[in-house]
Design a protein around this ligand. Structure first.
Ligand SMILES: *[C@@H]1O[C@H](CO)[C@@H](O)[C@H](O)[C@H]1NC(C)=O
Ligand SMILES: *[C@@H]1O[C@H](CO)[C@@H](O)[C@H](O)[C@H]1NC(C)=O
Ligand SMILES: *[C@@H]1O[C@H](CO)[C@@H](O)[C@H](O)[C@H]1NC(C)=O
Ligand SMILES: *[C@@H]1O[C@H](CO)[C@@H](O)[C@H](O)[C@H]1NC(C)=O
Ligand SMILES: *[C@@H]1O[C@H](CO)[C@@H](O)[C@H](O)[C@H]1NC(C)=O
Length: 305
């Protein structure tokens, strides 16, 4: 083949691939290299013909027409794309063939956390894979529908876990991905809600030279006696800047000489994941602000995060 021919073929190939997907096609079929793919034309009509993108498909050893089915044998990469089915000159059905690469991936691509057990709160998942552009997730255990990625990069999935009962069955989160070059994979990520709990950032309610009071985040499950949290405090010493940390419940006395501190929390029964840290808070400045406030000079909230 001459160079010019090859360039022309390359250009043609590019043009036919322009139909590549940028969202999930409505009807998909999955192909694997050297496997067989069967497409069904959903119509009451008796005789149908097929097109791959805009090219007519002639029946052959590799493309078998059987009733209203098209069976592609020894499937190859250049056969991905949109297959339309026609009868009496009219489009009656279509299916998009994607190359199934699910065997390449493991469930570590999906990670999920939940702020609490409470079923009004959603599970927050991430799914990403280089080379793939469109993703969607669903909670198969609770038979919920597909969820698209929201603007902040997370997928928010609902669930029906009863917060007061032992969770008997794992959640099954299914993720699907499609690439702009018509590749596909799905993976299933199964877990108990109790294993993905990550509380929201706690609230520092009171802080003085040697005492700190921490409250659960607003989203944390109630009653608190049933869902106890433990906290970890980290503080920097005023004299040498050394960072110290230790764990405590709700109230604690802290040693003298802190310059600033931050706190994080976790479920103390489950030993769940730690929440993110609060921002560092300056101990002295807050005290000064408080004094100012008491003197009526500044009425705005002291607790800024
Ligand atoms: C496949 O072709 C049908 C019929 O022209 C069209 O409605 C559909 O959007 C196409 N699908 C994709 C993913 O291009
Ligand atoms: C594909 O179909 C052919 C003919 O029906 C069959 O012999 C072959 O085993 C099939 N291949 C696979 C991978 O299923
Ligand atoms: C995931 O893909 C496999 C093919 O690799 C398919 O058999 C299975 O039905 C898919 N699962 C879901 C939940 O879509
Ligand atoms: C879930 O928690 C929120 C905040 O604590 C509360 O307002 C809501 O009533 C709770 N719902 C259930 C079903 O427990
Ligand atoms: C009160 O505090 C706020 C926030 O720290 C600040 O923006 C404001 O200027 C202060 N007002 C006075 C009167 O100091």
């Amino acid at each position: 083949m001459g160079t010019v021919m090859r360039i022309v073929c390359f250009l043609l190939f590019c043009i036919t691939r322009v139909s590549a997907v940028d969202t999930f096609p409505e009807k998909i079929a999955l192909g694997r290299i050297a496997g067989n793919v069967t497409l069904r034309c959903d119509t009451a009509k008796q005789h149908v013909t097929w097109k791959h993108d805009s090219e007519d498909i002639e029946p052959s050893e590799l493309a078998e027409l059987k009733d209203k089915q098209l069976i592609l044998h020894d499937f190859q990469e250049d056969q991905m794309g949109n297959y339309t089915c026609w009868s009496e000159g009219e489009l009656v059905d279509y299916t998009y063939i994607l190359l199934d690469e699910s065997w390449k991936f493991t469930d570590s691509i999906i990670s999920c956390t939940a702020e609490t057990f409470n079923c009004t709160f959603k599970i927050c998942c991430r799914m990403d894979q280089a080379g793939f552009s469109v993703f969607r997730l669903r909670n198969q255990r609770d038979d919920s529908s597909w969820v698209q990625r929201s603007e902040d990069g997370f997928f928010y999935l609902t669930h029906s876990t009863n917060p007061y009962a032992e969770e008997a069955e794992r959640l099954a989160v299914i993720g699907e991905a499609v690439s702009s070059s018509d590749r596909y994979f799905n993976i299933s990520h199964n877990f108990y809600l109790r294993d993905i709990i990550k509380p929201a950032i706690p609230q520092i309610k009171h802080m003085s030279k040697n005492k700190v009071t921490v409250r659960p985040p607003a989203s944390w499950a109630k009653p608190e006696s049933y869902y106890p949290l433990e906290h970890e405090i980290q503080y920097r010493k005023r004299d040498d800047g050394m960072v110290m940390s230790f764990k405590f419940d709700d109230n604690m006395k802290v040693p003298d000489g802190m310059s600033d501190l931050r706190v994080r929390s976790r479920d103390s029964l489950l030993l769940s994941q730690w929440s993110d840290w609060t921002p560092w808070q300056n101990v002295r400045k807050r005290r000064k602000k408080k004094q100012r406030q008491r003197m009526g000079q500044n009425k705005s909230d002291v607790f800024q995060q």
